[in-house]
Design a protein around this ligand. Structure first.
Ligand code: URA
Length: 434
């Protein structure tokens, strides 16, 4: 077999067979196929798409390209969750403790920030002392003890995706539905959970800009998960504006803590409860989602989810100060307020632009080698269609310098658009695909 003919076949819109897809994934993993040929193939897929059979074969081959986790030593049915990526998305930090506090083990391998979107691992690393890596022995021990561990993707988990993803990131081939579906699902399959809840984001802050694309992706991933023996469901949620207020790292952890205390933004609490409820149903704890939602909410308001979060942070070496207003998280010292220039309604809170603003403040990376600044970010204090008066506080910028803070505050003045009449609203949760 030669790879050039595989590229040409895909370029001509033909379907690749299982052997050709295996050959591709083996070649990516053992580095026998050069980057320029892999990139050319990815671009051919971007324009030609993949059939469901091809997407399924790619997912399976990538999942098997490295180590497959064996969770049989964990007592109980393990449930995983994954977001397709959005701005202000700190749901894992709220959802995972709720589910674990209800007796369902959650082993989650999370990622770092990607483009304008944040990543759970970067957020967790803003907690002093927090370890995102651990040995298999320690992982199993922690899960069996406290039902919860969140770690970064280990070196040998789905190496083919790691390589392909890095190439897609720099060749304009990230937003291809079959490539996103196989990238996410290969990691979920290799991570070994018995059930998977997907949070498919749609809107300016997400990789899927419209509902049709989000539904297509959700259907694709649910089909792959179920075909590979994992009960999978997807919740499609809006990310046209950031989820919650905080966009950054330390400030997102603080907001997640406040949400676990019942003092967080309404949209974050709502989505966390829905995702947790689906996880509790998949885990066999409840028969229906309404009952599970009531219990998930109770876990916030009776303090059990917060206790689980504290236990989890301690278990992974994190040191939070519960007497401190910022819980011992290091926030940037320069804080610049953004005030409304006129009265009216907030008609747009463009999540992509806000995510990019936070990224340029240093909350995300521009190159893979960049170090991030955990203390910087943006707190957007208004929601879409909220009525405001001139001079109301609409956002707070946490910056590493006065100059950066002023730059970001000017950006936010134009990003948070105000008009005299409100826009048509849309709900946070748009659809559930089972
Ligand atoms: N998240 C992933 O892990 N992969 C993608 O392709 C997009 C989002």
């Amino acid at each position: 077999m030669d790879f050039l003919s595989i590229i040409v076949k895909k370029r001509n819109g033909l379907e690749l067979n299982h052997n050709e897809i295996r050959y591709l994934v083996d070649g990516i993993t053992n580095e026998s196929i050069p980057d320029y040929q892999i990139s050319a193939w990815a671009m051919a897929v971007f324009f030609r798409g993949m059939t469901p059979e091809e997407t399924f074969a790619l997912t399976q081959a990538m999942a098997e390209s490295g180590q497959m986790a064996d969770l049989s030593r964990i007592m109980g049915k393990c449930i995983d969750k994954h977001s397709t990526g959005g701005v202000g998305d700190k749901t894992t930090l709220v959802v995972a403790p709720i589910v674990a506090a209800n007796g369902i083990p959650v082993v989650k391998m999370s990622g770092r920030g990607l483009g304008h979107t944040g990543g759970t691992i970067d957020k967790l690393e803003s907690i002093p002392g927090f370890r995102v890596e651990m040995s298999r022995e320690d992982l199993f021990d922690q899960i069996n003890r406290i039902n919860l561990a969140i770690i970064s993707q280990s070196g040998n988990l789905v190496p083919a995706d790691k390589k392909l993803y890095a190439l897609r990131d720099v060749t304009g081939t990230v937003d291809s539905l079959p490539l996103i579906a196989s990238s996410i699902m290969s990691k979920k399959i290799a991570a070994g959970a018995h059930g998977i809840v997907l949070d498919v984001k749609v809107g300016s802050g997400a990789f899927m800009k419209d509902l049709n694309a989000a539904e297509e992706l959700a259907n694709m991933m649910v089909r792959i998960g179920n075909n590979l023996g994992r009960e999978t469901i997807a919740v499609i949620s809006d990310n046209d504006q950031p989820l919650g207020n905080a966009v950054g790292n330390a400030i997102e952890v603080k907001e997640a803590i406040l949400t676990l205390m019942g003092r967080g933004p309404h949209d974050l609490e709502e989505l966390a409860i829905v995702l947790a409820a689906h996880m509790l149903v998949l885990g066999g704890k409840f028969e229906n989602v309404a009952q599970a939602q009531a219990r998930a909410k109770e876990a916030i308001y009776d303090g059990s989810a917060l206790e689980k979060f504290k236990e989890f942070v301690r278990a992974q070496g994190g040191d939070l100060d519960w007497q401190d207003p910022n819980y011992g998280l290091r926030m940037a010292k320069t804080i610049v307020e953004v005030r409304a220039k006129q009265s009216g309604y907030i008609v747009e809170n463009d999540a992509f632009a806000i995510g990019n603003c936070a990224r340029l403040l240093g909350a995300g990376r521009l190159k893979m080698s960049d170090a991030i600044d955990h203390g910087v970010g943006v707190d957007v204090l208004v929601r879409r269609n909220q009525k405001i008066k001139e001079d109301d506080l609409i956002a707070r910028v946490y910056a590493s310098s006065e100059e950066q803070g002023i730059w970001a505050s000017k950006e936010l003045e134009s990003i948070c658009k105000i008009a005299s009449t409100p826009n048509e609203d849309r709900p946070l949760i748009l659809k559930v695909v089972e």
